[in-house]
Design a protein around this ligand. Structure first.
Ligand SMILES: C[S@@+](CC[C@H](N)C(=O)[O-])C[C@H]1O[C@@H](n2cnc3c(N)ncnc32)[C@H](O)[C@@H]1O
Length: 347
């Protein structure tokens, strides 16, 4: 993609957000608000009007088994200034919390993700408590999936997917064999197909049978006809092993491109996933992915990591970790754009 093209698409992305403030900063602030709203709902914010130790908070919530995660959550909230820490005890920073609540009403980015914040007012505060009490959740649990569903219609996600395609070769991907890894519920394959005027062979892959099933049955308009993705000759589907004990059911050197949007931070096996991507890519094939890239000094769990863990994901990775995964998998020429978009090539 030319520099001019990059600037154009990024400006569109930023304009869409209604703000030139860094996307990563807004994301952190919004994540902090969501978690705080969840904590408020279960009475913890009121409890923190007076300084409390972590142990007192854990006792208040009751039956907490993940003290490590509670501590990471509180430290991240301190980093985002929603909580203050004085002499090892935590208390709420009312003015910062009020500021974030005001942004919820006025800031376009916060509005775009309102479903998320509202989710923490509803069922997600229960999920949060269950996770702290040691229960496992994942992306496809009904509680989590319902709020993440907004990604299928989000304008920011739509622009992001288009930008990633442009970074990975743009219309030059026409006629190619593409693995859509972590294809989700169907919006993403449709974006790729339309972007390439249906001129590609698409392998839609995800780690959960119900996600792939829903993707298969997603409808698409072609020449005035409504079809389901499963009935298109140039689209196929595979279900992958989330534990990464089994290889992808795809031959070596098979695809020209791997497109993977918003997946790696969910899995506890990012290294193995990238290695598999490299194996199935042809020589000179392109790997493109979107995941938030942390600064190298951000080795601790950030607000984003905490939020992701609460809803069953893994964590975000630092720039060095990402570069390490790529190099180890035999992928070269890594580029990281806007701290989210990553491309690399197989030699
Ligand atoms: C946020 S969705 C993104 C879906 C799609 N790429 C999009 O942008 O609409 C996250 C993806 O990660 C997958 N995922 C969630 N948890 C996972 C896990 N533990 N291991 C592997 N994949 C996981 C989901 O099935 C889904 O495809």
């Amino acid at each position: 993609m030319t520099l001019e093209g990059k600037v154009k698409v990024s400006l569109r992305l930023l304009k869409n957000l209604g703000s030139l403030t860094g996307v990563a900063k807004l994301t952190r602030m919004h994540n902090a608000l969501s978690v705080a709203v969840g904590l408020e709902k279960i009475g913890v914010i009121e409890f923190l009007e007076e300084p409390k130790s972590l142990k007192e908070v854990a006792d208040f919530i009751g039956d907490v088994k993940r003290l490590d995660l509670l501590e990471a959550m509180f430290e991240a909230l301190v980093e985002e200034k929603v909580l203050k820490k004085v002499d090892g005890r935590y208390t709420v920073n009312v003015s910062q919390l009020e500021k974030l609540k005001a942004m919820r009403r006025t800031n376009p980015y916060f509005k775009e993700y309102e479903v998320f914040t509202a989710g923490f007012e509803g069922v997600m505060n229960e999920v949060m408590i269950d996770v702290l009490r040691g229960r496992d959740f994942d992306f496809v649990s009904p509680e989590v999936a319902t709020i993440l569903y907004f990604q299928t219609s989000s304008k920011i996600y739509a622009l992001g997917r288009e930008l990633l395609l442009e970074l990975g070769g743009g219309k030059g991907l026409k006629g190619k064999k593409i693995l859509d890894l972590g294809c989700g519920f169907g919006t993403e394959p449709i974006t790729i197909l339309k972007y390439l005027d249906f001129d590609c062979h698409l392998i839609c892959a995800d780690f959960f049978p119900n996600v792939v099933d829903e993707c298969m049955h997603t409808t698409i308009e072609i020449n005035g006809q409504t079809k389901i993705l499963k009935d298109l000759d140039n689209v196929e589907f595979v279900v992958l092993d989330p534990m990464m004990k089994k290889l992808f059911p795809i031959p070596d050197d098979y695809v020209d491109a791997v497109f993977s949007f918003g997946l790696l931070h969910w899995s506890s096996h990012p290294k193995e996933i990238i290695k598999e991507c490299s194996r199935v890519l042809k020589s000179k094939g392109i790997f493109m992915t979107v995941t938030q890239v942390k600064r190298d000094e951000e080795t601790h769990l950030t607000m984003g990591d905490v939020l992701l863990k609460i809803i069953g994901g893994n964590r975000y990775y630092t720039k060095s970790e990402i570069k390490g995964f790529l190099t180890e998998a035999g992928l070269t020429d890594p580029t990281i754009f806007l701290s989210y978009m990553i491309t690399a090539r197989k030699t």
